[in-house]
Design a protein around this ligand. Structure first.
Ligand code: SAM
Ligand code: SF4
Length: 337
Protein backbone atom coordinates (compact mmCIF):
# COMPACT_ATOMS: atom_id res chain seq x y z
CA UNK A 1 0.00 0.00 0.00
CA UNK A 2 1.14 3.56 -0.67
CA UNK A 3 1.49 5.76 2.41
CA UNK A 4 -0.10 4.98 5.74
CA UNK A 5 -3.86 4.62 5.59
CA UNK A 6 -5.58 6.42 8.47
CA UNK A 7 -8.38 4.60 10.28
CA UNK A 8 -12.06 4.11 9.50
CA UNK A 9 -14.15 6.83 7.89
CA UNK A 10 -16.59 8.13 10.49
CA UNK A 11 -18.48 11.34 9.78
CA UNK A 12 -19.44 14.13 12.16
CA UNK A 13 -22.77 12.41 12.91
CA UNK A 14 -21.04 9.19 13.98
CA UNK A 15 -21.90 7.25 10.81
CA UNK A 16 -19.13 4.92 9.63
CA UNK A 17 -18.71 4.50 5.89
CA UNK A 18 -18.45 0.88 4.82
CA UNK A 19 -20.13 0.94 1.42
CA UNK A 20 -18.71 2.50 -1.73
CA UNK A 21 -20.57 2.91 -5.00
CA UNK A 22 -18.41 3.59 -8.01
CA UNK A 23 -19.78 4.97 -11.24
CA UNK A 24 -17.28 3.66 -13.79
CA UNK A 25 -18.76 5.55 -16.75
CA UNK A 26 -21.45 8.17 -17.36
CA UNK A 27 -22.25 6.54 -20.72
CA UNK A 28 -25.01 4.10 -21.41
CA UNK A 29 -26.40 2.06 -24.27
CA UNK A 30 -29.96 3.06 -23.24
CA UNK A 31 -31.63 6.43 -22.59
CA UNK A 32 -34.28 5.77 -19.92
CA UNK A 33 -36.43 8.86 -20.11
CA UNK A 34 -36.43 9.51 -16.35
CA UNK A 35 -32.63 9.21 -16.18
CA UNK A 36 -31.25 10.88 -19.30
CA UNK A 37 -32.30 13.31 -21.96
CA UNK A 38 -32.27 11.95 -25.51
CA UNK A 39 -29.31 14.10 -26.54
CA UNK A 40 -27.04 13.67 -23.55
CA UNK A 41 -23.62 15.26 -23.60
CA UNK A 42 -21.19 12.81 -22.09
CA UNK A 43 -17.92 13.59 -20.38
CA UNK A 44 -14.84 13.87 -22.58
CA UNK A 45 -12.85 10.64 -22.32
CA UNK A 46 -9.81 12.62 -21.12
CA UNK A 47 -11.68 13.54 -17.92
CA UNK A 48 -12.21 9.91 -16.93
CA UNK A 49 -10.05 8.09 -14.46
CA UNK A 50 -8.28 5.17 -16.07
CA UNK A 51 -9.22 1.71 -14.88
CA UNK A 52 -5.91 1.59 -13.01
CA UNK A 53 -6.75 4.86 -11.24
CA UNK A 54 -10.22 3.60 -10.34
CA UNK A 55 -8.62 0.46 -8.95
CA UNK A 56 -6.22 2.50 -6.83
CA UNK A 57 -9.01 4.76 -5.59
CA UNK A 58 -11.15 1.77 -4.61
CA UNK A 59 -8.20 0.25 -2.79
CA UNK A 60 -7.75 3.48 -0.80
CA UNK A 61 -11.38 3.23 0.35
CA UNK A 62 -11.07 -0.47 1.14
CA UNK A 63 -8.02 0.35 3.26
CA UNK A 64 -10.29 2.79 5.14
CA UNK A 65 -12.89 0.18 6.00
CA UNK A 66 -15.13 -0.17 2.96
CA UNK A 67 -16.50 -3.74 3.00
CA UNK A 68 -18.93 -3.57 0.12
CA UNK A 69 -18.28 -2.15 -3.30
CA UNK A 70 -20.83 -1.68 -6.05
CA UNK A 71 -19.96 -0.78 -9.64
CA UNK A 72 -22.58 1.26 -11.41
CA UNK A 73 -22.86 4.03 -13.98
CA UNK A 74 -24.12 4.95 -16.57
CA UNK A 75 -24.02 1.36 -17.65
CA UNK A 76 -20.96 -0.24 -16.04
CA UNK A 77 -20.77 -3.03 -18.61
CA UNK A 78 -20.27 -0.59 -21.52
CA UNK A 79 -17.01 0.76 -20.09
CA UNK A 80 -14.28 -0.67 -22.29
CA UNK A 81 -12.41 -3.49 -20.59
CA UNK A 82 -14.39 -3.07 -17.36
CA UNK A 83 -13.78 -6.73 -16.53
CA UNK A 84 -10.10 -5.91 -15.97
CA UNK A 85 -11.23 -3.69 -13.10
CA UNK A 86 -13.61 -6.33 -11.75
CA UNK A 87 -10.86 -8.93 -11.89
CA UNK A 88 -8.42 -6.67 -10.12
CA UNK A 89 -10.92 -5.71 -7.40
CA UNK A 90 -11.75 -9.35 -6.82
CA UNK A 91 -8.35 -9.77 -5.11
CA UNK A 92 -9.83 -7.94 -2.12
CA UNK A 93 -12.47 -10.66 -1.87
CA UNK A 94 -9.72 -13.27 -1.79
CA UNK A 95 -7.86 -11.45 1.00
CA UNK A 96 -11.08 -10.97 2.98
CA UNK A 97 -10.70 -7.17 2.92
CA UNK A 98 -13.98 -6.93 1.01
CA UNK A 99 -17.18 -8.80 1.86
CA UNK A 100 -18.95 -8.10 -1.38
CA UNK A 101 -18.24 -6.94 -4.91
CA UNK A 102 -21.38 -6.32 -6.90
CA UNK A 103 -22.88 -4.24 -9.67
CA UNK A 104 -26.02 -2.57 -10.89
CA UNK A 105 -26.69 -3.04 -14.57
CA UNK A 106 -29.42 -2.56 -17.13
CA UNK A 107 -28.76 -6.17 -18.17
CA UNK A 108 -28.34 -5.47 -21.88
CA UNK A 109 -24.71 -6.72 -21.97
CA UNK A 110 -25.07 -9.26 -19.19
CA UNK A 111 -25.26 -12.34 -21.40
CA UNK A 112 -21.64 -11.67 -22.41
CA UNK A 113 -20.29 -11.05 -18.93
CA UNK A 114 -22.35 -13.12 -16.48
CA UNK A 115 -20.02 -16.11 -16.22
CA UNK A 116 -16.90 -13.96 -15.92
CA UNK A 117 -18.52 -11.91 -13.17
CA UNK A 118 -19.28 -15.05 -11.28
CA UNK A 119 -15.71 -16.30 -11.83
CA UNK A 120 -14.44 -13.03 -10.31
CA UNK A 121 -16.33 -13.67 -7.10
CA UNK A 122 -19.42 -11.59 -7.80
CA UNK A 123 -22.37 -13.39 -6.20
CA UNK A 124 -25.27 -10.95 -6.41
CA UNK A 125 -26.20 -8.32 -8.96
CA UNK A 126 -29.00 -5.81 -9.39
CA UNK A 127 -30.68 -5.62 -12.76
CA UNK A 128 -32.88 -2.61 -13.51
CA UNK A 129 -36.04 -3.47 -15.38
CA UNK A 130 -39.22 -1.41 -15.26
CA UNK A 131 -41.53 -3.46 -17.47
CA UNK A 132 -42.03 -6.92 -18.98
CA UNK A 133 -43.64 -5.54 -22.14
CA UNK A 134 -41.32 -5.06 -25.12
CA UNK A 135 -43.10 -1.97 -26.48
CA UNK A 136 -43.19 -0.28 -23.13
CA UNK A 137 -39.55 -1.18 -22.56
CA UNK A 138 -38.65 0.51 -25.82
CA UNK A 139 -40.70 3.57 -24.87
CA UNK A 140 -39.06 3.87 -21.44
CA UNK A 141 -35.49 3.26 -22.64
CA UNK A 142 -36.03 5.05 -25.99
CA UNK A 143 -34.53 2.17 -28.02
CA UNK A 144 -33.77 -0.77 -25.73
CA UNK A 145 -34.61 -4.39 -26.58
CA UNK A 146 -36.30 -6.34 -23.82
CA UNK A 147 -35.10 -9.66 -25.25
CA UNK A 148 -31.47 -8.75 -24.59
CA UNK A 149 -32.17 -7.96 -20.96
CA UNK A 150 -34.11 -11.19 -20.53
CA UNK A 151 -31.21 -13.13 -22.10
CA UNK A 152 -28.87 -11.33 -19.69
CA UNK A 153 -30.98 -12.27 -16.68
CA UNK A 154 -31.14 -15.90 -17.87
CA UNK A 155 -27.36 -16.00 -18.31
CA UNK A 156 -26.80 -14.51 -14.86
CA UNK A 157 -29.08 -17.05 -13.20
CA UNK A 158 -27.50 -19.88 -15.17
CA UNK A 159 -24.07 -18.72 -13.97
CA UNK A 160 -25.30 -18.93 -10.39
CA UNK A 161 -25.62 -15.20 -9.71
CA UNK A 162 -28.40 -14.03 -7.40
CA UNK A 163 -30.36 -11.43 -9.31
CA UNK A 164 -32.39 -8.67 -7.69
CA UNK A 165 -34.66 -6.68 -9.94
CA UNK A 166 -35.00 -2.91 -9.47
CA UNK A 167 -37.98 -1.16 -11.03
CA UNK A 168 -38.73 2.56 -10.98
CA UNK A 169 -42.44 3.16 -10.41
CA UNK A 170 -43.64 5.39 -13.24
CA UNK A 171 -46.96 7.13 -13.19
CA UNK A 172 -49.32 5.90 -15.91
CA UNK A 173 -46.64 3.60 -17.35
CA UNK A 174 -45.89 0.59 -15.19
CA UNK A 175 -48.06 1.34 -12.14
CA UNK A 176 -50.54 -1.34 -13.16
CA UNK A 177 -47.83 -3.82 -14.02
CA UNK A 178 -46.33 -4.05 -10.53
CA UNK A 179 -48.24 -7.22 -9.59
CA UNK A 180 -47.05 -8.85 -12.83
CA UNK A 181 -43.47 -7.83 -12.03
CA UNK A 182 -43.81 -9.28 -8.52
CA UNK A 183 -45.22 -12.58 -9.77
CA UNK A 184 -42.55 -12.89 -12.46
CA UNK A 185 -39.55 -11.97 -10.28
CA UNK A 186 -40.65 -13.99 -7.26
CA UNK A 187 -41.62 -16.89 -9.50
CA UNK A 188 -37.95 -17.07 -10.57
CA UNK A 189 -36.67 -16.65 -7.02
CA UNK A 190 -35.57 -13.03 -7.55
CA UNK A 191 -36.31 -10.23 -5.09
CA UNK A 192 -37.87 -7.07 -6.46
CA UNK A 193 -37.29 -3.52 -5.27
CA UNK A 194 -39.45 -0.61 -6.32
CA UNK A 195 -37.91 2.85 -6.56
CA UNK A 196 -39.52 6.29 -6.52
CA UNK A 197 -38.39 8.75 -9.18
CA UNK A 198 -35.84 11.13 -7.75
CA UNK A 199 -35.43 14.68 -8.99
CA UNK A 200 -31.93 14.37 -10.42
CA UNK A 201 -30.62 16.05 -13.54
CA UNK A 202 -32.27 17.95 -16.35
CA UNK A 203 -34.10 15.44 -18.53
CA UNK A 204 -36.24 17.62 -20.71
CA UNK A 205 -39.56 17.12 -18.91
CA UNK A 206 -41.03 17.74 -15.47
CA UNK A 207 -40.80 15.15 -12.71
CA UNK A 208 -44.35 15.59 -11.52
CA UNK A 209 -45.67 13.71 -14.54
CA UNK A 210 -43.45 10.71 -13.66
CA UNK A 211 -43.78 10.60 -9.90
CA UNK A 212 -46.04 8.13 -8.16
CA UNK A 213 -45.56 7.72 -4.41
CA UNK A 214 -44.79 4.16 -3.35
CA UNK A 215 -47.14 4.63 -0.40
CA UNK A 216 -49.92 4.60 -2.99
CA UNK A 217 -48.51 1.55 -4.79
CA UNK A 218 -48.13 -0.27 -1.49
CA UNK A 219 -51.69 0.50 -0.49
CA UNK A 220 -52.92 -0.90 -3.81
CA UNK A 221 -50.75 -4.01 -3.49
CA UNK A 222 -52.20 -4.67 -0.06
CA UNK A 223 -55.51 -5.50 -1.65
CA UNK A 224 -53.86 -8.22 -3.83
CA UNK A 225 -51.26 -9.56 -1.44
CA UNK A 226 -50.48 -10.05 2.23
CA UNK A 227 -47.42 -7.90 2.91
CA UNK A 228 -45.48 -8.60 6.09
CA UNK A 229 -42.93 -6.01 7.20
CA UNK A 230 -39.40 -7.33 7.56
CA UNK A 231 -36.96 -5.80 10.02
CA UNK A 232 -33.86 -6.05 7.88
CA UNK A 233 -32.25 -2.96 6.43
CA UNK A 234 -29.19 -2.57 4.24
CA UNK A 235 -28.19 0.70 5.91
CA UNK A 236 -29.79 2.20 2.84
CA UNK A 237 -33.12 3.60 1.85
CA UNK A 238 -34.92 0.30 1.15
CA UNK A 239 -37.63 -1.07 3.42
CA UNK A 240 -38.63 -4.69 2.84
CA UNK A 241 -41.77 -6.77 3.09
CA UNK A 242 -42.40 -10.45 2.51
CA UNK A 243 -45.15 -11.14 -0.02
CA UNK A 244 -46.83 -14.11 1.65
CA UNK A 245 -48.52 -15.38 -1.54
CA UNK A 246 -45.22 -15.64 -3.45
CA UNK A 247 -42.79 -16.10 -0.56
CA UNK A 248 -40.56 -13.44 -2.18
CA UNK A 249 -39.12 -10.21 -0.86
CA UNK A 250 -40.31 -6.81 -2.03
CA UNK A 251 -38.35 -3.63 -1.30
CA UNK A 252 -39.49 -0.03 -1.38
CA UNK A 253 -36.97 2.75 -1.92
CA UNK A 254 -38.81 5.89 -0.97
CA UNK A 255 -36.43 8.83 -0.75
CA UNK A 256 -39.33 11.20 -1.35
CA UNK A 257 -41.56 10.01 1.44
CA UNK A 258 -39.26 8.45 3.98
CA UNK A 259 -36.13 9.77 5.60
CA UNK A 260 -33.40 7.15 5.64
CA UNK A 261 -30.36 9.28 6.24
CA UNK A 262 -29.70 8.45 9.92
CA UNK A 263 -28.27 5.03 9.06
CA UNK A 264 -26.46 6.06 5.86
CA UNK A 265 -23.20 4.10 5.52
CA UNK A 266 -22.37 4.91 1.91
CA UNK A 267 -20.54 7.32 -0.34
CA UNK A 268 -20.22 7.49 -4.10
CA UNK A 269 -17.41 8.22 -6.51
CA UNK A 270 -17.85 9.14 -10.13
CA UNK A 271 -15.76 8.09 -13.12
CA UNK A 272 -13.90 11.41 -12.90
CA UNK A 273 -12.92 10.80 -9.29
CA UNK A 274 -15.44 13.12 -7.67
CA UNK A 275 -16.59 11.98 -4.24
CA UNK A 276 -20.25 12.59 -3.38
CA UNK A 277 -21.03 11.93 0.25
CA UNK A 278 -24.77 12.41 -0.23
CA UNK A 279 -26.91 11.41 -3.21
CA UNK A 280 -29.35 14.24 -2.59
CA UNK A 281 -26.98 17.18 -2.08
CA UNK A 282 -24.63 19.11 -4.32
CA UNK A 283 -21.59 18.35 -2.14
CA UNK A 284 -18.57 17.16 -4.12
CA UNK A 285 -14.88 16.61 -3.43
CA UNK A 286 -12.30 16.19 -6.14
CA UNK A 287 -10.17 13.11 -5.53
CA UNK A 288 -8.63 13.03 -9.00
CA UNK A 289 -6.21 15.85 -8.25
CA UNK A 290 -4.76 14.32 -5.04
CA UNK A 291 -4.77 10.90 -6.73
CA UNK A 292 -2.69 12.20 -9.61
CA UNK A 293 -0.54 14.55 -7.55
CA UNK A 294 1.57 11.75 -6.13
CA UNK A 295 1.94 8.00 -6.10
CA UNK A 296 1.77 8.17 -2.31
CA UNK A 297 -1.83 8.17 -1.00
CA UNK A 298 -1.35 10.70 1.82
CA UNK A 299 -2.93 13.60 -0.08
CA UNK A 300 -5.76 11.33 -1.18
CA UNK A 301 -6.55 10.24 2.37
CA UNK A 302 -6.45 13.86 3.55
CA UNK A 303 -9.00 14.77 0.87
CA UNK A 304 -11.19 11.79 1.82
CA UNK A 305 -11.07 12.81 5.50
CA UNK A 306 -12.06 16.39 4.73
CA UNK A 307 -15.00 15.24 2.60
CA UNK A 308 -16.26 12.63 5.07
CA UNK A 309 -16.05 15.23 7.84
CA UNK A 310 -18.49 17.33 5.84
CA UNK A 311 -20.95 14.59 4.87
CA UNK A 312 -24.36 16.27 5.10
CA UNK A 313 -26.85 15.07 7.66
CA UNK A 314 -29.40 14.21 4.98
CA UNK A 315 -30.98 14.91 1.63
CA UNK A 316 -33.64 17.33 0.75
CA UNK A 317 -35.54 16.02 -2.26
CA UNK A 318 -38.76 17.79 -3.09
CA UNK A 319 -41.15 17.20 -5.96
CA UNK A 320 -44.21 19.39 -5.86
CA UNK A 321 -45.79 21.99 -8.06
CA UNK A 322 -43.42 24.74 -6.98
CA UNK A 323 -40.35 22.49 -7.29
CA UNK A 324 -40.95 20.71 -10.57
CA UNK A 325 -37.24 21.01 -11.42
CA UNK A 326 -34.23 18.96 -10.42
CA UNK A 327 -33.17 19.51 -6.80
CA UNK A 328 -29.78 18.08 -7.71
CA UNK A 329 -28.37 19.17 -11.04
CA UNK A 330 -26.28 16.08 -11.77
CA UNK A 331 -27.88 13.09 -13.46
CA UNK A 332 -28.24 9.76 -11.70
CA UNK A 333 -26.10 8.31 -14.49
CA UNK A 334 -23.19 10.48 -13.33
CA UNK A 335 -23.50 9.76 -9.64
CA UNK A 336 -24.51 6.14 -10.03
CA UNK A 337 -27.91 5.17 -8.66
N1 SAM B 1 -27.38 1.58 -15.96
C1 SAM B 1 -27.50 0.81 -14.77
C2 SAM B 1 -28.94 0.47 -14.49
O1 SAM B 1 -29.83 1.04 -15.12
O2 SAM B 1 -29.15 -0.35 -13.61
C3 SAM B 1 -26.87 1.44 -13.57
C4 SAM B 1 -27.03 2.92 -13.36
S1 SAM B 1 -28.69 3.49 -13.13
C5 SAM B 1 -28.41 5.23 -12.97
C6 SAM B 1 -29.03 2.91 -11.50
C7 SAM B 1 -30.48 2.93 -11.09
O3 SAM B 1 -30.91 4.26 -10.99
C8 SAM B 1 -31.42 2.24 -12.04
O4 SAM B 1 -32.17 1.28 -11.32
C9 SAM B 1 -32.32 3.34 -12.53
O5 SAM B 1 -33.61 2.88 -12.78
C10 SAM B 1 -32.25 4.31 -11.40
N2 SAM B 1 -32.56 5.70 -11.76
C11 SAM B 1 -32.05 6.45 -12.75
N3 SAM B 1 -32.55 7.72 -12.72
C12 SAM B 1 -33.40 7.75 -11.68
C13 SAM B 1 -34.22 8.77 -11.11
N4 SAM B 1 -34.26 10.00 -11.60
N5 SAM B 1 -34.97 8.44 -10.03
C14 SAM B 1 -34.92 7.18 -9.49
N6 SAM B 1 -34.17 6.20 -9.98
C15 SAM B 1 -33.42 6.47 -11.06
FE1 SF4 C 1 -28.80 3.92 -18.64
FE2 SF4 C 1 -29.35 2.94 -16.24
FE3 SF4 C 1 -29.83 5.53 -16.80
FE4 SF4 C 1 -31.32 3.67 -17.96
S1 SF4 C 1 -31.20 4.08 -15.75
S2 SF4 C 1 -30.37 5.43 -19.00
S3 SF4 C 1 -29.92 2.05 -18.21
S4 SF4 C 1 -27.88 4.58 -16.72
Amino acid sequence: MNGVAPGPMTDSFGRTITYLRVSVTDRCDLRCFYCMSEDMTFLPKADLLTLEELDRLCFAFIARGVRKLRLTGGEPLVRRNVMALVRSLSRHLSTGALDELTLTTNGSQLARFAQELRDCGVRRINVSLDTLEADKFRAITRWGELDKVMAGIDAARAAGLHVKINAVALKGLNEDEIPALIDWAHGLGMDLTLIEVMPMGEIGSGRLEQYVPLSLIRARLSSHYTLTDLDETSGGPARYVRVEETGGKLGFITPMTHNFCEACNRVRITCTGTLHTCLGQEDAADLRRPLRASTDDTLLHDAIDRAIGQKPRGHDFIIDRRHNRPSVSRHMSVTGG
